[in-house]
Design a protein around this ligand. Structure first.
Ligand code: F0G
Length: 464
């Protein structure tokens, strides 16, 4: 037989499913009442009342059979468990950092880092601080300063690395503020709050050079390091032939440490770490870990959590997985774009971000257009998304409100959970909201806490 090899255009899910979890269908009337009871805040809905949950890609992924088998064989010793040493070896192998401090999740690593190094009057530069990162910086009375490149703030503009740090702004900040008031330079890969956009290797190198020149530690927020590595491979020419793990190793080689939420590219349901090269800083951080997380060989994780992370970090770097992962977001992005919906371009790694400011010009920023769209997709299709706009970022430390630079709705994909037909359905729901956009109303906040208000605020629709 003389058969030509198949040139398939379809990138299929690189796994088969052998354990399933039913999802629950509700009617639109049910959802109306459920949303009202939840104070019009999707965070306050019960997960069982959600059909497709795209609230976050954090801790929501499916574990592999290999991870489960490692978990069954975990060592739950309080001190010196072999699961810790497997976890430590994996982190060291991929990041190259000397000290690995386990934490229960990413923000715990942030808490330990910033409590140790930040004080009043300090400035922390970052491309864009994620909300918990910003909250930890501000909790320690330091200033969190975002300096992503200007292209990163224009949703429709196509640029391969919209998560890049504005190098001129960074240099100017270091000159003006002085290195003694900058305890650390951070870089978030991928830039979650800026649309899940990647940072180029060239930019990482430049940030590193500035940090080294001024003797300032350079710490990477590495939550989505594997996805960022894939974007470097596919968008930065000289990395085309490198494997994701080689790219990841090079990224980390330019930094002095990282904070990590293993709930993202650790492919686990919980876990995280702070990794550092500096012996003295690591010692100080370890003392704090004992106080807040647990003994430094488990740091708030069970032995089986550490096993899941040790395997998950490698699975996240698998080429077949990354190709499918990044293609899934692009696939949804293409469907929305061809229906005329504006999204952050190009699509990011873990999520698709809809530009609600563009879709809903009749809703003023402080009536929260992105929040309104988030509620509409729940009402129409039982889909839970998250607002990244003025509810999340609008409240200033002095208690005043300022509109966020972008009003986005994030549809974040849990890892290895949903299939292509889920994505097709999703597109239908969002397009239905778009078609009825003129009927969407703004919201006002009825009650909210002073920090991280989006998690628990209660809102109500604005009546004309
Ligand atoms: N840094 C980034 C860039 C993040 O996206 C997150 C979490 C954290 C730090 C904190 O990690 O949740 O383990 O404490 N992002 C989740 C999200 C919550 O939905 O984007 P954590």
């Amino acid at each position: 037989m003389n058969l030509k090899p198949l040139q398939s255009q379809t990138i299929i899910e690189p796994f088969r499913i052998r354990s399933v979890e039913p999802i629950r269908f509700t009617t639109m009337d049910e959802r109306k009442s459920l949303l009202e009871k939840a104070g019009y805040n999707p965070f306050l809905l019960k997960a069982n009342d959600v059909l497709i949950d795209l609230l976050t890609d954090s801790g929501t992924g499916a574990l592999s059979s290999d991870q489960w088998s490692g978990m069954m064989a975990s060592d739950e010793s309080y001190a010196g468990s072999s699961s810790f040493y497997r976890f430590e070896a994996a982190v060291q192998d991929i990041t190259g950092f000397k000290h690995v401090i386990p934490t229960h999740q990413g923000r715990a690593a942030e808490n330990i880092l910033f409590t140790t190094i930040a004080k009043e009057g300090d400035v922390i530069p970052n491309n864009t601080h994620f909300d918990t990162t910003r909250a930890h910086v501000e909790h320690n009375k330091a200033e969190a300063r975002d300096m992503v490149i200007p292209e990163g703030k224009q949703p429709q503009l196509i640029h391969p690395f919209k998560g890049n740090m504005d190098i001129d702004a960074l240099e100017e900040t270091v000159e003006k503020v002085g290195h003694e008031r900058i305890p650390v330079i951070m870089l978030t890969i991928t830039n979650n709050s800026g649309g899940g956009q990647p940072v180029s290797m060239e930019n990482i190198r430049s940030v590193s050079q500035i940090a080294r020149k001024h003797n300032i530690p350079f710490i990477i927020d590495a939550c989505r390091f594997a996805e960022n590595s894939w974007f470097i491979k596919t968008r930065e020419e000289e990395y085309e032939d490198k494997s994701p793990i080689e790219i990841a190793r090079e990224i980390f080689s330019y930094a002095d440490g990282c904070t990590m939420s293993a709930k993202k590219d650790g492919m686990s349901n919980i876990g995280g770490f702070l990794a550092l090269n500096d012996d003295v800083l690591a010692q100080e951080c370890r003392s704090l870990v004992i106080l807040t997380e647990g003994f430094p060989t488990y740091g708030g994780m069970a032995g089986y959590d550490m096993e899941a992370v040790a395997k998950g970090l490698y699975e996240a770097l698998d080429e077949g997985y990354l190709r499918y992962r990044i293609r899934s977001s692009a696939y949804l992005g293409e469907k929305l774009t061809s229906a005329g919906i504006s999204i952050v371009q190009p699509t990011g790694g873990h999520a698709v971000y809809i530009d609600a400011k563009k879709m809903l010009p009749h809703i003023p920023p402080l009536e929260y257009p992105a929040w309104s769209l988030t509620n509409a997709v729940y009402l129409l299709g039982g889909v839970r998304a998250v607002e990244i706009g003025s509810v999340m970022f609008g409240l200033q430390p002095d208690g005043t409100e300022k509109d966020a630079s972008m009003e986005l709705v994030r549809l974040a994909f849990p890892r290895r959970v949903y299939t292509q037909s889920h994505v097709d359905y999703l597109a239908e729901v969002i397009i239905a909201a778009f078609e009825q956009r003129k009927n969407l109303k703004g919201y006002k906040i009825v009650k909210a806490p002073k920090v991280l208000r989006h998690f628990s605020a209660r809102l109500t629709p604005v009546e004309p």
